[in-house]
Design a protein around this ligand. Sequence first.
Ligand SMILES: Cc1ncc(COP(=O)(O)O)c(C=O)c1O
Length: 384
Amino acid sequence: MYLDNAATSFPKPDTVHEAVLHAMRTVGASPGRGGYRQSLEAGRILFQAREAVAGLFSIPDSSRVIFTQNATGALNLALQGTLVAGDHVITTSMEHNSLLRPLYALQNNGIELSIVPAGSDGVVSVEAIHHALQVNTRMIAVNHVSNVCGAIQPIQELAEICRRCGALFLVDAAQSAGYLPINVEKYAIDLLAVPGHKGLLGPGGTGLLYVAPHVQLKPVVYGGTGTHSTAEEQPQVMPDGFEAGTHNLPGIAGLLAGIAFIGDVGISVIHQHERALLSLVEQALREISGVTIYGPENPSDRCSVLSFTASGVDSVLLATELDYGFDIAVRAGLHCAPLAHRTLGTLPGGTVRISPGWFTTREEIAFFSNAVVQCIGKIRKASE
Ligand SMILES: Cc1ncc(COP(=O)(O)O)c(C=O)c1O
């Protein structure tokens, strides 16, 4: 049983498998690289996928959607493509290394960084972010939902701060896209980084960055774009100039099918399903003595993931018992967000993280709940 959809979603809808196979078996060609029909068909799929992304996030112009390899690629492009020496960036202690590491690296290029600590529930205070503003603040960069504890950040209020001080607003939607509605215009998001392979149900190796029309982006990868072939400099045409090299067409075709699937089911239905499952997990865990659940007290302030520890039980050992004893896949230990673990008080051992997906059933959650009781009991008994 797979309960690690926060890492990547599994299984994918059959329509995603079919779209990948169709792109590989029948389309075959590279988009924008030929005038023959197969290449034109590849170009159509690419365009339809961009339009589907635009529809999902209420993006008025789909040419502002750049396909990347994953959310990490999107975050790197957003940061390296906009920031210059002397810029100040505000971020939070709840961020993933995919956001933190490029920022740490940019500090060597003269970027100033403030990391605002979130509360012990993982939620960042709007006042604390406001307090960190400087005259040279160029960007506020936050994740929408914490991959460690599921805390939903107050992005509308943070967008308002950006709007007032003229800073760019970068949102890492790695754990919210496909689970929560996101409207880039309503939330005044300037840069939205999204994985294609998590909540959007696309294949691995897919992701995207939305760039608002007023944002000037510099390319960070140089190479062939299928256009402006004689130009020595990288064409800065959206989106081609930022997608140098051959596209992952099978992946993008699968992503298109994933987004169509989400559209058919409905984000709010997916969200309710996931919330109902997490609440069943929570009920079961709260009956076990010595279990701590992390993140906001109110489950409606959390999304996608549930993280817990059990006193006297090593999280990694518990996950191993679940895997080998019950064939249940959960993530355990540290979840690529060291400052988030410090904030939540879960260093050095980390947590056990469960993230059900659309295809997870109530029966599976009941099986998990029973298994976790048995595994905790076994580990505690062995250490007596
Ligand atoms: C909050 C957050 N940001 C960024 C990422 C990176 O996503 P990707 O693996 O698509 O690069 C993850 C992955 O787990 C994440 O949880």
